[in-house]
Design a protein around this ligand. Structure first.
Ligand SMILES: Nc1ncnc2c1ncn2[C@@H]1O[C@H](COP(=O)(O)OP(=O)(O)O)[C@@H](O)[C@H]1O
Ligand SMILES: [Mg+2]
Length: 274
């Protein structure tokens, strides 16, 4: 039982530890009869506590079918519904997606992204690990974006990550590496890298840090149908001004490409679904 001023008592039962890192335990448990995913603060470090509280503040404002909602919280816990399925990263461990499935997943991420951008939030850590697939299925309606631990929220007075280089190099745009915060086009870049990863089975830059600091310009050949290449290319531009300006713009353009793609061949029973 946890009861803290400002927060109601919060009881999570049957907690099973999944992993533990950076002063936070990830657990599966049961809250009010629901299967839940719980992040529990496990350190007295004030910086980690502040970041943890910031994540809760951002997540509590967001509501969209493509975003894992915050169900409840205490000062030590963030409680989310358990998403039965797998992360996009786990899915990609079985190999790349078909072009149609890759587009579906990306469109699902973009629909969620449009919603949080309109709410004033930039995620800053979009990558396959932070995209859940309900039922393990690669369709737009099964996408659940999670982990707003590095997000910038323009409605909150403080930006804890200001001036930091936090993020994952393979999915991080160069300006984010330089410390630029809150530009929605940074997420557009990350989604470009995510789509690339879905199609190729690996992200675009083999030397991601070299690319970020401007020492390497090597990018793997553009994967997937040629109709997608101009969009991939523009989403991954080093200069944010040359990228699609918003989630909505990229979503519309990708929908147009999807309409022109040939239909998917039927799935073969017993194989990994796309
Ligand atoms: N609601 C959820 N249901 C089931 N698994 C989840 C859920 N949220 C996250 N996960 C899994 O836990 C992992 C870590 O969660 P995340 O919120 O990204 O924490 P971290 O801040 O440690 O990256 C994710 O990559 C995903 O595999
Ligand atoms: Mg994460």
């Amino acid at each position: 039982m946890t009861s803290t001023p400002g927060f109601p008592a919060l009881t999570v039962s049957n907690c099973a530890l999944l992993s533990q890192r950076g002063g936070v335990r990830l657990e599966r448990g049961c809250w009010q009869g629901r299967d839940v995913f719980v992040k529990t603060l496990d350190t007295a470090d004030p910086d980690i506590r502040q970041r943890f509280e910031h994540e809760g503040e951002v997540a509590r404002r967001l509501s969209h079918p493509g975003i894992v909602p915050l169900l409840t919280r205490s000062s030590e816990r963030l409680v989310f519904p358990w998403v039965a399925g797998c992360s996009l990263r786990e899915r990609l461990e079985h190999g790349p997606l078909s072009p149609y499935a890759a587009l579906e997943v990306t469109l699902g991420v973009l629909a969620a992204m449009q919603a949080f951008h309109e709410a004033g939030v930039v995620h800053h850590d979009l990558k396959p690990e932070n995209v859940m697939l309900l039922g393990g299925r690669s369709c737009a309606g099964c996408v659940r974006v999670t982990d707003f631990g590095m997000a910038h929220d323009r409605t909150l007075s403080s930006d804890l990550h200001q001036g930091t280089r936090m993020g994952t190099p393979q999915f991080m745009p160069p300006e984010q590496f330089q410390g630029v915060r809150g530009d929605p086009r940074s997420d557009v870049y990350a989604v470009g890298a995510l789509l690339f990863d879905c199609l190729a089975g690996e992200p675009p830059h083999p030397d991601a840090l070299g690319w970020l600091v401007g020492l390497s310009s090597v990018r793997l050949p553009l994967p997937g149908p040629a109709a997608l290449h101009p969009l991939l290319e523009s989403a991954l531009e080093r200069d944010p001004q040359r990228r699609p300006p918003s989630a909505r713009a990229l979503l519309r353009a990708l929908e147009e490409v999807r309409r022109r793609l040939p239909p998917e061949p039927p799935a073969i029973p017993g194989t990994v679904p796309a």
